[in-house]
Design a protein around this ligand. Structure first.
Ligand code: AMP
Length: 121
């Protein structure tokens, strides 16, 4: 699947639409989800143009891959959920109902999350 530069996260990266920023470095941007499903619900995205986790894992540079995981760790601490716990989730493709075709990891936390898939407010 080719990258669509008009997806909503590409527009956020270009500053064409606003976001509530949680973290930024040279390779990574994180911002609060517009429809949070938990008290803490942040989206972590690479600044590079990657469609999904499949694309990112296959084609991102080592520096981008490392920065991404470092950012998630920093965010967990910064958002105050590293001690209590949080969940990372990435949807890839239609079976996973991926809505936005720019790779992103959801970081859920701020309350007990139950087992695996269930994530309600
Ligand atoms: P996914 O189904 O994994 O592609 O998730 C896409 C997520 O992006 C959903 O949780 C949406 O609420 C979120 N989202 C869509 N548009 C925006 C936006 N402009 N700002 C923040 N989050 C957004």
């Amino acid at each position: 699947m080719a990258y669509d530069p008009n997806n909503v996260f590409a527009k956020i990266l270009r500053g064409e639409i606003p976001c509530k920023k949680a973290y930024e470095d040279a390779h990574v941007l994180a911002f609060h989800d517009i429809k949070p499903q938990t008290p803490v619900h942040v989206l972590v995205i690479p600044k590079g143009a990657y469609v999904s986790s499949d694309d990112f894992g296959a084609n991102a540079s080592d520096a981008e891959l490392a920065a991404f995981m470092r950012a998630i760790s920093k965010l967990g601490r910064q958002l105050g959920v590293a001690t209590g716990g949080y969940r990372m989730l990435a949807n890839h493709g239609s079976d996973a109902n991926q809505e936005v075709p720019h790779f992103h990891v959801h970081l859920f936390g701020g309350r007990p999350l139950g087992r695996m898939i269930s994530a309600k407010t």
